[in-house]
Design a binder for this molecule. Structure first.
Ligand SMILES: Nc1ncnc2c1ncn2[C@@H]1O[C@H](COP(=O)(O)OP(=O)(O)O)[C@@H](O)[C@H]1O
Ligand SMILES: [Mg+2]
Length: 256
């Protein structure tokens, strides 16, 4: 069982969006997935999967469902999900005890980050001229701490990836600048960077149904299908491959 924690101390970075898309994409890969939402206030991911059950039941759709975990005892939840392949944990945009514990239990931390320098400082502060890292951020230190504790307590490594989210279709200059600084920081702070997700309506418009673009197919069409959906599926496919959670042919694309 692999624990994937989606974390970033900033709200609105795309944690819940990534958590549900990742969970559903893995379900369509045939994986047994459990989900836990530790954002007690928002509960976006928890609500998404409740909506999903209702939508699927009302439409008699044959869609895979995860095991829904609840409560604030992370270890008890993980124990209950022992026979799953993946546990996806969504976390709040704040440093809470629960979130810290979840980070320590992670095999993989996925940190979505808006493609903006405003969000960049959640990872570290770099010198504006030399790009040297002036200091790691509070969140980076939290991940480091989690890494150390995890290695000491369980003897297992922790992989950390930063995923740029809501990439604009036209903004090559900003993207290049963020890219350069992110690469410099990645070496210093110890994360990998991934290609990321574009800003797409399809990543938010299916949310109220408890569906993602990976679900669309015969009998599952709450919105008209467009060419952008194919691109979004492909993007998610690349994400799964880059995360190392799937290999091989594009099975997500096969449903159409
Ligand atoms: N790639 C994306 N494309 C379009 N909208 C997005 C994307 N990622 C996030 N959003 C939107 O941005 C807002 C914040 O995302 P959310 O996943 O709730 O962030 P967090 O959980 O980190 O607070 C939501 O309205 C969500 O629908
Ligand atoms: Mg959220």
């Amino acid at each position: 069982m692999a624990v994937i924690v989606v974390g970033n101390e900033k709200g609105g970075a795309g944690k819940s969006t990534v958590a549900v898309h990742l969970s559903v994409a893995l379900l369509h890969e045939g994986a047994k997935v459990a989900v836990l939402d530790l954002d007690q206030r928002q509960q976006s991911t928890a609500h998404f999967f409740v909506s999903r059950e209702r939508w699927v039941a009302a439409n008699q759709a044959a869609l895979p469902q995860p095991q829904r975990l609840a409560g604030d005892d992370v270890d008890a939840a993980l124990a209950a999900a022992q026979d799953c392949d993946y546990v996806i944990i969504d976390t709040p945009g704040a440093d809470t005890e629960l979130s810290r514990l979840a980070h320590r239990r992670a095999d993989l931390i996925v940190t979505p980050m808006n493609d903006s320098f405003v969000d960049f400082e959640v990872l570290g502060v770099v010198d504006p001229l030399t790009l040297d890292l002036q200091r790691a951020s509070h969140y980076s230190e939290l991940v480091w701490e989690a890494r150390k504790l995890k290695a000491a307590e369980r003897g297992r490594p922790l992989d950390w990836v930063v995923l740029r989210n809501r990439l604009a279709s036209v903004d090559p200059r900003n993207r290049r600048r963020v890219d350069e600084r992110l690469k410099a920081l990645a070496r210093r702070v110890g994360f990998r960077t991934l290609a990321g997700l574009r800003d797409r309506v399809i990543y938010r418009e299916l949310f109220p149904f408890g569906l993602t673009v990976s679900d669309l197919g015969p009998g599952v069409r709450p919105v008209p299908v467009s060419i952008g959906h194919v691109a979004a599926r492909q993007e998610l496919r690349v994400l799964l491959t880059e995360l190392g959670v799937v290999q091989g042919p594009a099975t997500i694309l096969a449903a159409e």
